[in-house]
Ligand binder design. Structure first.
Ligand code: PGA
Length: 251
């Protein structure tokens, strides 16, 4: 079974509107391999413009970096799933380690967000991954397994099949330190195995699992070359068109 190859950028809280517009334009207009889906995770204020810029190009989709768990209501400053859908947004990053840490997002809360996104037709890019302490203790597979169990494994096989998973070891995010290709492959294979045990081989084999954590032009090819790595969720290196395009062309 061939899995979708995905290069997803996560701009986080970076760039002005003008800079963002130039970056989306450069990615949309550039030559990119036709079998790679490019997703740009842009800040909320830029979503509408980015969706419009990308609409001419079928290989590029726009993601939100978060959404609220309630459908609507008195939640000042928050953004709802229906708002995102009404702009033409197709994906939402959920469970990024920065939100787990700074906004105290729990597995339980993420389960609610995943359910709402799927119910409404937004595709979650669900992030999981362990801290350095957990990695050093050798419990990384158990830890990531517990994240998937708690937030995803209640889903039906059909719903699970819509999700994209991003494995992002916290110790490799924004640190310049990358998991070795072997470490990435070990964890991706373990995640795929957990999915297989829960949902069977077809679902496991068709699930795209992205690696995130200091992916850059210099290491993308080797990481994406691992058999269970289907692409990347890229932070810092997605902020420069040249670097991100080089990553998109690394498959
Ligand atoms: P990074 O971030 O590529 O800057 O390490 C990845 C992420 O947090 O998604």
């Amino acid at each position: 079974m061939t899995r979708k190859k995905i290069a997803a950028g996560n701009w986080k809280m970076n760039l002005t509107a003008d800079q963002g517009q130039s970056l989306v334009g450069a990615i949309v207009q550039a030559d990119r391999p036709s079998d790679v889906l490019t997703i740009l995770g842009v800040p909320h204020p830029y979503l509408q413009a980015a969706v419009q810029q990308a609409s001419a190009n079928r290989g590029v989709q726009i993601a939100a970096q978060n959404m609220h768990e309630a459908i609507s209501g008195a939640y000042t400053g928050e953004v709802s799933v229906d708002m995102l859908l009404s702009l033409g947004v197709r994906h939402v990053i959920l469970g990024h380690s920065e939100r787990r840490e700074y906004q105290k997002e729990s597995n339980e809360l993420l389960k609610t967000k995943v359910d709402l996104a799927l119910e409404k037709g937004l595709i979650p890019i669900f992030c999981c991954g362990e801290s350095l302490d957990i990695r050093k203790s050798g419990e990384h597979v158990t830890y990531v397994s517990s994240q998937l169990q708690a937030s995803l494994f209640h889903l039906s096989a059909e719903d699970f099949g819509k999700i994209v998973i991003a494995y992002e070891p916290i110790w490799a995010i924004g640190t310049g330190e990358t998991a070795s290709p072997e470490q990435a492959q070990e964890m991706h294979a373990a995640i795929r195995n957990l999915i297989k045990e829960k949902y069977g081989s077809d679902t496991a084999e068709s699930c795209s699992i992205l690696y995130g954590g200091s992916v850059k032009p210099a290491n993308a090819k080797e990481i994406f070359g691992q058999s269970d790595v289907d692409g990347g969720l890229v932070g810092g290196a997605s902020l420069k068109a040249e670097d991100f395009l080089s990553i998109i062309r690394s498959f």
